[in-house]
Ligand binder design. Structure first.
Ligand SMILES: Cc1cc2nc3c(=O)[nH]c(=O)nc-3n(C[C@H](O)[C@H](O)[C@H](O)COP(=O)(O)OP(=O)(O)OC[C@H]3O[C@@H](n4cnc5c(N)ncnc54)[C@H](O)[C@@H]3O)c2cc1C
Length: 465
């Protein structure tokens, strides 16, 4: 903990965003547009923000940028349009800049490929006038105390390659946009043959060059990523068998019908926020199938067609092991020995595979993981989850004067769109409005001091965490 020197000489950012995925990218754009507006207002003070991103450059789920994968959200739910349809950071502006606007329109399709949307996000990240430190991983956040109150934070980021100078950025507001964490079943750890779908492309590429060529894969899970992994491996490794292990009887289609889709609307956040815990639970159980453990209808049809055609030809290469679970997955030399148990008969089948892909989803990290002692100031509900206000600010004791905002990780308070793209543009504006309305002016304008290098002595205890 640092005691702030009287007069607060060190410069302070209005906000520091941890992570620079789509959520904090949308926030950076909202800030840039807000500051541009302010230029026309004499005496107005611009919001000064900085972002810290672990990856060496912008990247959105690169390990799943499969050639044919399409977005599950309309291109109109891009980084800006729902907040400001006139923004020149829209997907349409991007298309125009790439000279593809008319070609896109002729497709008559609201759902671009994931590769194209990635290119859009990258384009926006390159253009936004934001202070983004790439290749820096935030490893700790320390409170800065004045008169017994926590008035700001020191955000400590190490150089992800281990070669450059670490940074500390002081800020009066934190916006945590660190995304979700890949989840593997208990007892399973990833390696070069046991993958989470997050790493599908690079891991499969490595295997492609190896001899002997892979003869069997296993994919565990029944959601969209699982079905995409099955589809990809089956197409890209035409000599290999692909065993899909699912606990369901078959893949279930995503409900993308119009009325159900309203659960992703900005207004649905208002509704969800004020609903009782019982009604929240009811909404999630009725409409979880718009997003969780479901697969695009076309992909289900395609996979079924392939299974059927293989049956006709008498060469079954795509095998669906339904109502089954993987009981074991252990390395055995260059292969993985798995045991699959039928949940109907209890029969256990040993299968040696070249790689197992776990499409077992992601989990929301508790925001306290980075905040250390500061997290003791957070209010928590009966289930131990942080209490988050409608403006995405964590509710805290009065000792914590600085703001901690969540971009994502608010499904328990704000509903199903929390970890998705649907509301990114609107949520960013709500967070920015809240920061602007809470904050007193910064002690002094931003300067080099806010980016002071940290001494190695200061950093070593943090890096060993
Ligand atoms: C394959 C796939 C496809 C998807 N498709 C869709 C879709 O079509 N539509 C939809 O609505 N949602 C989709 N999603 C959901 C997805 O969560 C959102 O698209 C989106 O990624 C959320 O953005 P985010 O910025 O909140 O999180 P992320 O995109 O996860 O970004 C978080 C960023 O924080 C960085 N970071 C984490 N920890 C630190 C740290 N300590 N220090 C510095 N940086 C850090 C990470 O490197 C990352 O860049 C998809 C998810 C996956 C996995």
């Amino acid at each position: 903990m640092s005691e702030e020197a009287s007069g607060g000489q060190r410069s302070v950012h209005d906000l520091v965003g941890v992570g620079f995925g789509p959520s904090n990218l949308a926030l950076a754009i909202a800030i840039a547009e807000h500051n541009e507006e302010l230029r026309r207002t004499p005496g107005a003070r611009a919001v000064n923000a900085a972002f810290v991103e672990r990856q060496p450059r912008f990247g959105w789920h690169r390990g799943m940028l499969l050639a044919d994968a399409t977005m599950q959200v309309s291109f109109l739910k891009d980084l800006v349009t729902l907040r400001n349809p006139r923004s020149d950071f829209s997907f349409l502006s991007y298309l125009q800049s790439r000279d593809r606007l008319i070609d896109f329109i002729n497709q008559k399709n609201f759902f671009p490929s994931r590769m194209e949307f990635h290119d859009y996000l990258q384009w926006a990240a390159d253009r936004v006038d934001g202070d983004v430190a790439y290749g820096r991983e935030v490893v700790a956040i320390h409170p800065v105390v004045r008169g017994g109150e926590i008035v700001s934070f020191d955000v400590v980021a190490r150089d992800a390659t281990g070669t450059g100078e670490p940074l500390v950025r002081r800020t009066r507001n934190l916006v945590l946009g660190t995304g979700l964490v890949p989840h593997l079943p208990d007892g399973v750890s990833a390696d070069d043959r046991i993958w989470h779908t997050r790493d599908l492309l690079p891991s499969a590429e490595r295997l492609r060059t190896m001899s002997p060529a892979p003869s069997r894969f296993m994919v565990v899970g029944a959601g969209q990523s699982a079905a995409e992994a099955v589809d990809y491996l089956h197409r890209e490794f035409p000599e290999a068998e692909v065993c899909a292990v699912i606990t369901r009887y078959g893949y279930s289609p995503a409900d993308d019908s119009a009325f159900a889709n309203r659960v992703f609307d900005p207004a649905a956040v208002d509704d969800y926020f004020v609903a009782s815990p019982q009604v929240k639970q009811m909404i999630m159980s009725y409409h979880g199938n718009t997003n969780y453990s479901v697969v695009d209808h076309d992909l289900i049809e395609d996979l079924y067609r392939r299974v059927y055609q293989e049956k006709v030809r008498g060469e079954q290469r795509l095998r669906l092991l339904n109502v089954s679970r993987v009981e074991e997955a252990v390395r055995s030399g260059d292969r993985v020995r798995t045991v699959v148990e039928s949940m109907i008969t209890g029969e256990r089948t040993a299968l040696d595979v070249d790689a197992v892909v776990f499409a077992t989803g992601y989990r929301t990290p508790d925001p306290s993981w980075l905040l250390g002692e500061i997290a003791a100031e957070f209010r928590r509900d009966d289930t131990g989850q942080v209490v988050v206000a409608r403006d995405y600010r964590i509710e805290t004791t009065s000792r914590l004067r600085a703001g901690v905002y969540l971009q994502g990780g608010t499904e328990h308070t704000h509903g199903i769109s929390s970890s998705l793209l649907s509301n990114t543009s609107v949520r960013s504006a709500e967070i920015l409005d809240s920061i602007v309305s809470h904050d007193e002016p910064a002690a002094d304008p931003i300067g080099v001091a806010a980016r002071r290098p940290v001494s190695v002595d200061e950093l070593v205890p943090l890096l060993s965490k």
